[in-house]
Design a protein around this ligand. Sequence first.
Ligand code: ATP
Ligand code: MG
Length: 579
Amino acid sequence: MQAVLSLKKYIKPYMAFAIIAPLMMVLEVAMDLVQPTIMQHIIDNGIAEDDSSYVIKMFGVMILCAVMGLIGGIGCSIYASKTAINFSADIRQDLYETITYFSNRNKDHFTLGKLITNMTSDVEMLQRALTMLLKMFIRGPFTFIGAIVIVFLTARELFPVLLVVVPILAVAIFFFTRLSGKLFLKVQEAVDGVNTRVQENLAGIRVIKAYNRKRHQIDQFTTVNETLMKRNIHADQIIGILMPLTAFVVNMGIIGALWMGAFKVENSTIEVGVILAFINYLMMVMGGLMGSSTVLMLIARAVPSANRIVAVLEQKSEITNTENPVAAPIKGEVEFDHVSFAYNKNNEPVLKNISFKANPGETIGVIGMTGSGKSSIVNLIPRMYEADQGVIKIDGRPIHDYDLQVLREAIGFTPQKATLFSRTIEENVKYGNEDAALEELIEALESSCALEFVEKLENREQYRVTQGATNLSGGQKQRLAMARALIRKPAILILDDTTSAVDSISEKRIQKAIEENYKESTKFIVSSKISSIRHADKILVMDDGVIVGQGTHEELLETNKIYQEIVSTQLVRGGTLNA
Ligand SMILES: Nc1ncnc2c1ncn2[C@@H]1O[C@H](COP(=O)(O)OP(=O)(O)OP(=O)(O)O)[C@@H](O)[C@H]1O
Ligand SMILES: [Mg+2]
């Protein structure tokens, strides 16, 4: 419930609407409540007394009440929807912004499927609950209490019927509301299961096909889908009992009222109109109780959604910005001073006591086995993650002293997994520098050896990349991702295994172009191939999170056992390096 309350700040800007909606509802309910009484007067004072002018007059009053009730009802719907739609749009916006500013460690907490469910169905659930709340929280109790009071005042002879019927209805509805909260929580969990499966299947569709696991995936989906179906049926069946049960109780009430009324009409202690009005009010009592219970059920269902939304909104990015950033431009000297880092604080560090220095303009090669910590080292430079121990310095100052935006703008970062957006090639590359001119775009494409294939595409730079870049090859994606980093002309260039899918001739040309065109950039080249890093000014040899050697290719070849091993496995028979 705390989570729900913490979302109330999103209603504040629309407070006026949120107040008008229930007020309009008061009008509708009041009009609803007076109508059976008017009807009673028409029957008892008009029809029974044969007074047609009275009947016509009261009929006019009744129509007027109905029209006012209609205005109230429509007004309430409009303002309730306005409040709820604005409220949910603001929450969605905040969720999106929070996720955009997530640090990578924050991201590791949530699955993609969960975040998508969060931004769509969870927000929608809240919107529905709020609309209902604004419409019904007045209507339910007001109709219920109003009807009871009117019966007490105008049809006291039949009041004992209410004394029996209302407690039975109240207990039944309370019991079912509680039960439905529990049932729908289970339904929601099953929906999560289905969403996660769908998301995973779509993301992995190629692997599924390649491994011929379609049947297996379909079977898995069938399982979660059936769970959802069963839970939905179960919930619907249980909740479905409520309606006939309450109708039965109300019908018994009506029979009771008619039975009691029959005697009293005979004795002339009650008029027929009073009985008819009573039956109307009895229905209203039931409607009021049911309305209140619908709101309660919806709120019970919205609470888990609210909890999940708040869990995302409250994630604080551990990557915070400094208040007094360094003003000097970044030249590109990078130093790691006894740096250690773990993705999960409870686990062993994946980087242990890392120290090295890169001078501006130098090329640093990072090599090592899979999982040795190469990506982890370079991820720390743009502060994708925060080091746990030691200091990382740029131009002699800790990276925390720089404004985060300035720091990241100085870095051309190409992560290991080439990610492109569903836009044109030009837009994708210019993502690295929006102000770049056409010549700069061409230069970046040329340096990353992307121009040769872009030129052959229909529409060239205007070629549209599909979602997930499925209309490009692995090597083409990598080249465009590199171009996006190069177009920045960054002080620090990080290429994390970006030529793994590029052929060796193109790779040599890329190396040459980068050496020539990006002389001033400090370059970090991560690779598991010797050929990618052998010409680096300094090579860091990683093994299980530790730098086990650093130096040039020749130095390491003489002194470093692990480096020698890597080289020997990549030698071709003729004794030259397998490029
Ligand atoms: N987001 C993460 N959460 C938890 N552990 C991680 C995460 N990313 C990497 N690791 C772990 O950290 C260790 C180092 O991973 P890293 O990605 O730095 O290796 P790498 O040298 O780049 O490997 P590769 O050559 O396969 O790219 C591995 O044991 C890996 O399982
Ligand atoms: Mg890696």
